[in-house]
Design a protein around this ligand. Structure first.
Ligand SMILES: Cc1cc2nc3c(=O)[nH]c(=O)nc-3n(C[C@H](O)[C@H](O)[C@H](O)COP(=O)(O)OP(=O)(O)OC[C@H]3O[C@@H](n4cnc5c(N)ncnc54)[C@H](O)[C@@H]3O)c2cc1C
Length: 374
């Protein structure tokens, strides 16, 4: 949709070295980091948690200027990888945090295994923890930033079985012997550096354990909640941009005595999409601080469930309204295909709906509250 520069929020740009619209996620990350923009996603430091307004502005600005894969690359690092890394300490962790936040490196969050991502406690990647060394063996699939990462934050099991205390985060530098990275066969997400990574007896000293052994899964649950918030914030920005572009197209597309925008049923379909995005925006306003500050899991699941349905629906409707022009390279049909990820990545819609159902009583009570500023 090339003809309309979208109304992105005011973000001072990286300057003359601003990457072109076709830049990869790693290039965009490096430019934003060098210019000092990445820190605005957080309340103070990464350890203080995300600032929903800062995160929303940053994601909307990236979405307005660069591709869906580039925004995914940034979103995963800002909302999940960096905050999970910040649960650890020591020189190895601090160096990686510093380099990533300043755009000198990218960091991949490697949770999804060869087993179904929707069944995380079945994951097979193992870590053997000795007195002063660890050994990682296994394989992670469909990992954002894998082909560009300086390090992988790997969720591994240190004991067999599904118990929540059997998992630990390990920071694996990408150049450690035994680590093999291959790009995924995906043109749609190549720009996000998606890849599969194998660890074949990768040996590291114990300073690469991130946080306490056994806290891997609780830490993941807390921080995937923030990734779900980020997805909803980005979903609002993406839908807003696409709706603005689509309206511009419809207003300028002659039809009969008027334009496509003058056809009543076209306007109503557009308006229905606008209402869906307003609903998603209202939901993010309702839950953003609870998720950012208290890692509220049912609230995050509700946000993810809403974004997972609204974003693909709105983009599909807009794509239809673009007609043949939507099939141009980089056009709405490509964005629509990429945006199907909103219903899968970071928690499939069905899985987060299960979480919403588990918390139905509390969420019903919340709907009856009078003191909520909707
Ligand atoms: C572009 C891209 C980037 C990604 N980046 C990362 C990353 O950076 N880090 C990372 O760790 N992972 C990443 N992933 C993996 C992603 O998190 C998983 O794809 C996701 O968790 C779903 O797992 P799966 O693909 O194995 O689907 P499966 O677990 O095989 O599930 C397939 C489908 O089965 C259905 N289903 C599953 N469970 C249920 C249920 N309980 N009830 C009803 N239906 C169900 C759903 O329709 C689901 O979509 C990425 C994936 C993609 C495509």
């Amino acid at each position: 949709m090339p003809e309309l520069p979208p109304p992105g929020p005011a973000l001072p740009l990286p300057g003359p070295a601003e990457p072109p619209a076709s830049a990869t996620g790693a290039e965009v990350w490096a430019a934003l980091g060098r210019a000092g923009h990445l820190a605005r996603a957080y309340r103070g430091s990464v350890r203080d948690g995300v600032d929903p307004d800062g995160l929303a502005d940053l994601l909307a600005a990236i979405d307005a200027r660069w591709s869906v894969p580039a925004t995914l690359s940034a979103s995963v690092q800002l909302a999940t990888a960096l905050p999970v890394l910040a649960t650890g300490g020591g020189a190895v962790v601090e160096r990686c945090l510093h380099r990533t936040l300043h755009g000198r490196a990218t960091l991949a969050l490697a949770a999804t295994d060869t087993t179904p991502g929707t069944d995380l406690t079945a994951l097979r990647t193992e870590v053997t923890v000795e007195e002063d060394a660890v050994t990682v063996t296994g394989r992670k699939e469909w990992i954002t930033n894998a082909t560009t990462a300086e390090s992988f934050l790997v969720l591994a099991r240190h004991r067999p079985g599904r118990h929540f205390a059997h998992f630990t985060w390990i920071l694996v530098p990408a150049d450690t012997p035994g680590t093999t990275i291959r790009p995924t066969p995906s043109g749609l997400y190549a720009g996000a550096g998606t890849g599969h990574v194998s660890f074949d007896g990768v040996r590291l000293d114990r300073s690469h354990v991130v946080g306490r052994a056994g806290l891997g899964l609780p830490v993941f649950a807390r921080h995937i909640a923030v990734e779900r918030l980020a997805g909803a914030l980005w979903g609002v920005a993406l839908c807003r941009r696409v709706l603005a572009d689509t309206r511009h197209r419809l207003i300028h597309r002659p039809h009969g005595e008027g334009t496509l925008w003058s056809l009543g049923h076209v306007r109503q379909r557009f308006a229905a999409c606008l209402v869906r995005v307003q609903e998603l925006r209202a939901l993010t306003d309702r839950w953003a601080s609870e998720v950012a500050q208290r890692h509220d899991l049912p609230a995050a699941a509700a946000l993810k469930a809403a974004a997972g349905v609204t974003v693909p629906q709105v983009l599909a409707e807009c794509a239809q309204l673009w007609g043949a022009a939507g099939f141009a390279d980089g056009g709405i049909q490509e964005i629509r295909a990429q945006a199907a990820l909103f219903g899968i990545g970071g928690g499939a819609t069905e899985v987060v709906l299960d979480t919403v159902a588990d918390s139905a009583e509390r969420l019903l009570d919340d709907l009856g509250r009078k003191d909520v500023d909707w």
